[in-house]
Design a protein. Structure first.
Lengths: 342, 253
């Protein structure tokens, strides 16, 4: 291992509304991390419009990849493999990255490695925690996903819990819209919550009876809508910051509670969070406190590695590369790809 | 010179190498399939097959031509992203070939007016109107999204025999024959030339390349001829709001 030369991965990510490319050395060292965000554009529509996202990806993708290579100071010839997100995500958006990555890998004579988007989010933790190695548990929370994952080894996963309805980030977006904050919901709710009282309104903490690690967020979302409608009917004022803070607390409580139940049940020693919602400071703080109480190590990525990025795909691709994963030129986008499948 | 050409704008996936030496241009290889697999699964393996069969060094091509719209939005992006990735890795320029001009070149040399049509749904077709003037493809009407009846009116006003091709033909053939163009001299292209073919895209691209009509891989993007549904609905909503506001202003003063 020590005598082996460095492995450089060029990684590409286009599963939703960020066009991203990165060069990562040995799975842990980020040489460049370029992200072209479309958030401002989709804000006009109150959420991500798949066709618009796909059109923007194709307009930006070469510039993003060229910037990633030049910022890293490497040529395509020096790259060892090309990694790309091939699912899950918006199919039209994924296809841009997949077709581009395949063509680059093919023309440059490099191996192609398709990466699962969630595997990328989990691997984001490797970038800043050089000591973190499997096994550990990871809570992946984003606009599209809420998964409690047992990371058995590099590239080996078992999903312990998942959402039965809305993803946590989706609930943030819907509630943000309902209380007049708009898109994107996560950062906006976090900001106004700082001025609010998280105990002001008690929203339900939903538990899924037969599955102790599963989540459900549609109930808390409906409770917020009902609360606001109730206030309107009665002609009562309601406080946006209080509602936002109380909602955020309700979601955080459930995430922490289910996570810690798994920690106790499985005797977990290391716990990590990942995904866009993992950049929420209230969640990070609550999870840190809970892990401290349990006496276990807690890991979380910097915000830039929580939201969609290609560095995390490069980190995951590196371990897939070591495991021998290679995809053919017929690699397709798989919008509902399951974790651990290929 | 050698051009690699791709067309995944419709149900057909097609890859070709077209070469020109002096005055002589030939198709070195062409691989066309019209099958239900997605272009994402077929296009690059087809190129790989051509590269192996013809012992082609991709570094020796001069440019990458792609049928860049109109067509299926997703199909166009698979073709364009593939061309852009190849262009980036090989350091080669791209040649943006309008899909319907490429299709018209299937019928190089005909005396008839050429009208390629692609099914655009919502009662429309993507169509262009072309003719050959000696060796040159001349554009009578630029490619557009148009109602099939309106297209018929424009063709009839030319007063010339017409030949149709493209995947819009099976959708509109009966209407064209029996009503829209009834009594006019029309024909439909046969199986060997009635769908997208990358060799046609490539042979037109050679002319574009020589005329300096090239672009960088980074700048290339498809030309959809239509905005997305979300943008259309938003524009309609805004114009309705503006109309209402104008109405109020005019009537409530």
């Amino acid at each position: 291992m020590d005598e082996k030369k460095d492995i450089l991965i060029l990684a590409i990510e286009s599963s939703c509304d960020e066009t991203a490319a990165s060069v990562v050395r040995n799975g842990r060292e980020v040489l460049s991390n370029i992200i072209s965000s479309q958030i401002a554009l989709h804000t006009l529509y109150g959420g991500v419009v798949p066709e618009i996202a796909s059109r923007k990806h194709i307009e930006k993708i070469n510039q993003v990849i060229e910037a990633a290579l030049s910022e890293a100071g490497v040529t395509l010839g020096e790259i060892d493999a090309v990694g790309v997100t091939y699912g899950p995500g918006l199919v039209g958006a994924l296809l841009v990255g997949v077709a581009e990555a395949k063509a680059i890998a093919y023309a440059a004579g490099k191996p192609l490695i398709g990466v699962h988007h969630i595997e990328g989010h989990i691997a984001a933790n490797y970038i800043e925690h050089k000591d973190l190695e499997p096994p550990f548990f990871c809570l992946v929370v984003s606009g599209g996903h809420t998964h409690l994952v047992r990371v058995k080894d590099y590239g080996q996963f078992e999903i312990i819990g998942r959402t039965r309805d809305d993803a946590a980030g989706e609930a943030f977006d819907k509630v943000a819209r309902a209380i007049g904050l708009g898109y994107p919901g996560g950062p906006k709710i976090e900001r106004v919550s700082r001025e609010g009282n998280p105990e002001a309104v008690v929203f339900p903490r939903a538990h899924v009876g037969d599955a102790p690690y599963d989540f459900s967020f549609s109930g808390v979302k409906s409770a917020v809508l009902n609360y606001i409608n109730g206030c309107r009917m009665k002609g009562e004022e309601w406080n946006q910051a209080d509602v936002a803070a109380s909602f955020q607390k309700a979601v955080t409580d459930v995430l922490v509670e289910n996570a810690m139940r798994a920690v106790q049940e499985f005797g977990v020693k290391k716990f990590a969070i990942a995904g866009g919602v993992a950049s929420n400071s209230t969640l990070r703080r609550a999870m840190k406190e809970a892990c401290d109480r349990e006496g276990i190590d807690f890991y979380y990525p910097s915000p830039v590695y929580c939201t969609d990025n290609a560095a995390m795909i490069g980190a995951a691709a590196y371990y897939e590369y070591l495991n021998g994963t290679r995809h053919g030129w017929d690699l397709n986008a798989v919008p509902n790809l399951r974790l651990g499948e290929r | 010179m050698r051009i690699l050409a791709l067309d995944s704008s419709g149900l057909v996936a097609s890859v070709a190498i077209v070469a020109r030496e002096g005055k002589e241009a030939v198709t070195v290889a062409e691989y066309t399939i019209n099958y239900k697999k997605t272009h994402s699964q077929t296009l690059l393996p087809m190129l790989d097959e051509i590269v192996k069969m013809t012992e082609l060094d991709l570094n020796e091509i001069d440019g990458i031509a792609v049928a860049a719209g109109p067509g299926s939005f997703t199909g166009l992006r698979i073709g364009s992203a593939t061309a852009k990735g190849l262009g980036l890795a090989l350091g080669k320029p791209l040649i943006h070939v309008p899909t319907l001009e490429g299709l018209a070149c299937n019928l190089w040399g005909t005396d008839r007016v050429i009208c390629p049509i692609l099914d655009a749904r919502r009662g429309q077709v993507y169509a262009g109107i072309y003719e050959f003037d000696g060796d040159d493809l001349k554009i009578i009407e630029e490619q557009m999204a148009i109602d099939i009846g309106e297209l018929g009116e424009r063709l009839k006003s030319l007063g010339r025999p017409v030949i149709f091709l493209g995947d819009g033909v099976p959708v509109h053939r009966d209407a064209l024959t029996e009503s829209i163009m009834a009594g006019y001299d029309i024909a439909f292209a046969p199986a060997n030339m009635n769908r997208q073919r990358a060799a046609s895209v490539g042979s037109l691209a050679i002319r574009y390349y020589q005329a300096g009509r090239i672009e960088t891989a980074a700048r290339h993007k498809p030309d959809y001829l239509r905005v997305s549904q979300a943008e259309r609905e938003r524009a309609e909503k805004e114009s309705a709001v503006k109309k209402r506001a104008a109405y109020r202003k005019d009537n409530l003063q």
